[in-house]
Design a protein around this ligand. Structure first.
Ligand code: PMV
Length: 341
């Protein structure tokens, strides 16, 4: 008779896509490849207490508060991945999780959340199934995270990360993410800022599950999937050469295309708010006037991710953000908050 209790803790960052994943098939197979930056300052910390030999049950706490809905989601997730972790339904789980970024920040916590859970599961698997190499464990964590939330599989690696089979990225797969080779990345892309302007708090008007689903009937979907695949060709040479101007054009195009797809779906959704447009126009004016590399990307929501490199121009860019974007727009109630990652 052995009491088999295991406690494991892991931390995982969030990520922001540059070429977006939007549209998927069964079992979280993406309709197109995507590439993201991992947001190292924006993490979920998770502790799992596992009581083996007890009936299967899941209890979850988010920042100390018990969350029944989240527990149900995790239960379903565990059932779904049993074929890959045969011990998983044989015990009781107490899962405690907290984010290092505010819940209302509009940062998707599902990527860092499922990333952290998948890492914890691989630590438990190490105990129950025996050792595999660190590299294989990381790949399997990415594979498992994908089955929780697609974009989560990219959070397992640092820097630029690719998920989805692309002819342009060797070793890329629909099943897990891979790190984009550092030797193929110009130094200007290695040290980037992502500051998020919070424009709308609270629930998104459309969940990503519904959003992906709408691509099934969107008449422009196939063309979009093809375009995302093709965008890896310029992206690859841009990352190598350090061509910021083309990078900016491509990344903003990707963000606007994601939103355009939602506008062209049935039913249609407009995920931007007035403030989103105001900020985008200010960024474009600033760029026209100064030629400085400040640009944006968007998730499936109204908040604006401000992207800019640490290449010697960042003080001027920060000055503009603090005065023009923040003070002016905050006074008008357009921007609620800013998170600097
Ligand atoms: O991982 P999901 O199913 O929440 O989808 C995320 C989709 C976007 O964030 C809009 C784009 C992406 O590639 O992360």
């Amino acid at each position: 008779f052995t009491i088999n209790t295991q406690t494991v803790s892991e931390s995982c960052p969030s990520n922001i896509a540059l070429i977006k994943y939007w549209g998927k098939y069964e079992q979280q197979i993406p309709a197109n490849p995507s590439i993201s930056y991992t947001l190292n300052h924006c993490k979920t910390n998770t502790t799992i207490e596992f009581f083996a030999n007890e009936p299967f049950s899941v209890q979850t706490f988010l920042s100390g508060n018990e969350e029944q809905k989240f527990a149900e989601k995790i239960e379903k997730y565990f059932q779904n991945i049993e074929q890959y972790l045969p011990w998983i339904l044989k015990g009781k789980y107490i899962i405690k999780t907290e984010n290092t970024f505010p819940h209302s920040s509009g940062i998707a916590s599902s990527a860092s959340g499922f990333g952290a859970i998948a890492k914890c599961l691989m630590k438990l698997d190490d105990h129950f199934s025996g050792k595999i190499s660190e590299e294989d464990a990381l790949r399997k964590a990415s594979f498992l995270a994908r089955l929780g939330s697609g974009s989560a599989c990219r959070s397992l690696y640092n820097g630029l990360v690719v998920w989805g089979d692309s002819d342009e990225v060797s070793g890329s797969s629909d099943l897990f993410a891979v790190q984009y080779p550092n030797t193929e990345v110009h130094e200007v892309f290695r040290d980037f800022n992502d500051w998020v302007l919070l424009i709308h708090e609270g629930q998104k008007s459309v969940s990503s599950t519904v959003g992906h689903g709408l691509m099934k009937t969107n008449p422009y979907a196939e063309r979009r999937f093809q375009e995302a695949r093709e965008n890896f060709i310029p992206m690859k040479s841009i990352l190598k050469s350090g061509d910021l101007e083309s990078f900016i054009k491509l990344v903003e195009h990707e963000a606007l295309t994601l939103h355009a797809m939602m506008m062209m779906s049935d039913p249609a959704f407009i995920l931007m708010k007035t403030g989103t447009l105001e900020v985008i126009n200010k960024i474009w004016d600033f760029r026209r006037e100064t030629q400085l590399p400040l640009f944006f990307t968007l998730d499936a929501g109204a908040n604006v991710h401000l992207l800019f490199p640490n290449n010697g121009t960042e003080e001027q860019v920060k000055g503009f953000i603090e005065t023009e974007l923040l003070q002016h727009t905050q006074k008008n109630g357009v921007v609620k908050d800013i998170m600097k990652f």
